[in-house]
Design a protein around this ligand. Structure first.
Ligand SMILES: [Zn+2]
Length: 133
């Protein structure tokens, strides 16, 4: 994908990885983006910064997409790189969404949920405070 396309993305070009991703709010100015399309329309790529990063976690391929809010804050969310129409791809997305919802039902904020989920999928142990050094 050409990054310059991100300046004027076609409608529906980006599919949020999870239903829980939207509505998305900016903590700085309070702007709310109801959908992925609205998010892409009303934000701009970060000036001089990398706006998109392809990541693969535990077989789930996705994009970390960075966009600047009208207030100048940089917002990030995960988007599906492309629809994997296979049963396996669908199963991975369903598992991701189920885990994300499970975490959110624990009362964790969405950003924290996604961070925890990534850590889980990457099989990274949380920092163990009892372990010396
Ligand atoms: Zn903002």
């Amino acid at each position: 994908m050409d990054e310059s396309d991100l300046d004027h993305p076609p409608r529906g070009a980006f599919c949020p990885l999870t239903d829980a991703a939207f509505p998305k709010g900016c903590r700085t100015c309070g702007a709310v983006y109801a959908s992925a399309d609205e998010f892409m329309r009303r934000t701009r790529p970060p000036a001089g910064g990398r706006s998109i990063k392809a990541v693969s976690d535990a077989g789930v391929r996705f994009l970390e997409l960075y966009r600047n809010c009208g207030c100048g804050s940089t917002l990030m969310d995960f988007f599906a790189e492309r629809r994997d129409a296979s049963d396996a791809g669908d199963a991975r997305r369903q598992r991701w969404v189920a885990l994300l919802r499970c975490l959110q039902q624990q009362g964790l904020p969405p950003e924290r949920c996604r961070a925890e989920l990534r850590r889980l999928l990457l099989d990274q142990a949380p920092p163990d405070p009892s372990r010396p050094g």
